[in-house]
Design a protein around this ligand. Sequence first.
Ligand code: NAP
Length: 285
Amino acid sequence: MKVAFLGLGIMGRPMAVNLAKAGHEVVVWNRTSGKIVAGARVAGTPAEAAKNAEVVWLCVADTKAVEQVLFGADGVESALRAGMIIVDSSTIAPSASCKFAERVAAKGAQFVDAPVTGSKAGAESGQLVFIVGGPDQAVEKLQPLFAAMGKKVIHIGKTGLGESAKLGMNLMAAMMYEAFAEALTLIRKLGVPPEKWWELIQSAAVRSPLIDRKAPKVFQRDFTPSFPLYLMHKDVKLILQAAHESGAKLPALEKVEEVYQMTSKEQQGLDYSATIAVLEKLAGL
Ligand code: NAP
């Protein structure tokens, strides 16, 4: 298929690499120039990338970035045609996905929200899970592209519900990591040897694949970003916004957001596991 891939960050670049590897005709664009993908042509603007594409796939930072790439200067909008499918793998506000879907539908194009889980390693190995909202027949047409980048597609329902399901999942990720970070801080203050405590966690019902992946790096003080802290903070705020819009109350997540507010400018680009440094500082460790 002819695919324009817009946004070549930690997630987008390996996704575009896997599309090109699978034999699709890929044109890429990134806001900051200089990023290349083997087997893909580089375009100068989103509109140029989208010109002859059947599918335009986005993976950029946030709601504002998606809006700019689609509808800003030199955005995708001027290249929209009937039958084109816009797919957004960025994690953004579900209500914004619905608005963007209406705007592209005015030109006969369809919009599918397809945020992902699997992080950097899943993007690189083509093992992402796509969490999808959108019309059945558009989702069906995308199957060869999903297959090139991922191991599973869960079609949740109509437009916006992919993002809604993703927010529900990231609510758990932010709180599970915070639970681990607070527990580790406490046991260190109490004098429990961390390696003995970790042995206990590995044998207990609280064990989780998420913490299994994060903990060894925390013990090594390796905060190289898989999922940058600034993006998890963005997701926490999106979740609180969605709760506000829908009338749900999330008192524990509001407290977690306070921890993200206390992070320094330098910590924004590190992995979100670096939020433990805030707790350590508060505890005088
Ligand atoms: P990243 O490495 O920080 O990359 C962000 C990308 O967005 C870059 O290509 C950046 O361009 C682009 N961008 C930012 N603002 C823009 C704007 N105003 N206009 C155009 N492009 C803009 O982030 P990532 O980890 O790839 O994440 C991308 C999306 O996937 C986010 O929504 C994130 O929440 C989601 N996600 C990430 C993970 C993960 O583990 N990393 C997992 C699941 C979902 P420049 O190169 O010019 O800065």
